[in-house]
Design a protein around this ligand. Structure first.
Ligand SMILES: [Zn+2]
Length: 246
């Protein structure tokens, strides 16, 4: 930042100056990409409505393209939208301050219905094996007030959540990737799941979940751990609701 501009800003408005300092290193989508983000986001929302909330969690990107081509309610993904998807999926997010592992290398990653279990009344799936076993044990040890709030998420669903965050953060990629893993980097694509307190809605995805009895009971169970503790090395915010499956 130009020093004269900085000092002038500081003398005029400490708040504004602070804002500029804090966000000076944040990376944003270009104006063109931000415009494309809006149309991509809307298309993904239409797709979710078309295929259904639960199914949207597991469909592949190839299937998304198929629905786009064949159903006018969804519409064909534009060249610019596809370029943005490719960028968000393929770019190294270290530049945004996200250091989590890559969990998916194929944008067309397929999730077979044989490998997942639909969890009744949740609109979500869990991978068979350890994730389902862990969740069932959790329900048994904590009780009926514990619910699955998000399970298996293939690339399309993760992309959609990521695009929402980007949109809410005005195209600020750095801020978005603190709040949610980029599309190729989510453990929801291979194992992990989120839990919450029944009837708590969006609060289950805030720090407030850490104050619930459900969370306190969970911390006492030796077979459960959190993927994103406070100040985790992945650069992700504290997520007390996100269960790590190893
Ligand atoms: Zn999660």
């Amino acid at each position: 930042m130009n020093r004269r501009f900085f000092l002038t800003t500081l003398s005029l408005s400490p708040l504004l100056a602070n804002d500029l300092i804090n966000n000076s290193k944040d990376i944003y989508l270009s104006y063109q990409e931000y415009t494309t983000l809006k149309s991509l986001n809307n298309r993904l929302k239409r797709l979710s409505r078309y295929v259904g909330y639960a199914n949207f969690n597991i469909i592949s990107f190839n299937e998304a393209l198929y629905y786009g081509r064949n159903y006018s309610k969804v519409g064909i993904f534009t060249k610019d939208e596809l370029a943005l998807v490719d960028k968000l999926f393929s770019e190294n997010p270290n530049q945004y301050g996200f250091y989590g592992a890559k969990t998916c290398t194929d944008i067309n990653n397929k999730i077979s219905s044989k490998d997942v279990v639909k969890v009744s009344y949740t609109g979500h799936y869990l991978f068979k094996g350890k994730p389902v076993e862990d969740y069932e044990k959790l329900k048994k040890d904590i009780g009926r007030t514990l619910v699955l709030t998000s399970g298996v998420r293939n690339v399309v669903k993760q992309l959609s959540l990521y695009c929402n965050k980007l949109s809410h953060n005005g195209g600020n990629i750095t801020q978005a990737s603190i709040q949610i893993a980029p599309p190729a980097h989510s453990y929801h694509t291979i194992s992990d799941f989120d839990v919450g307190r029944r009837g708590w809605g969006y609060k289950n995805f805030t720090d407030a979940f850490a104050s619930t009895l459900e969370f306190k009971k969970m911390t006492k169970l030796d077979y459960i751990s959190m993927r994103y503790n406070k100040n985790n090395s992945d650069g992700v915010r504290f997520e007390p609701w996100h269960v790590e499956v190893i």
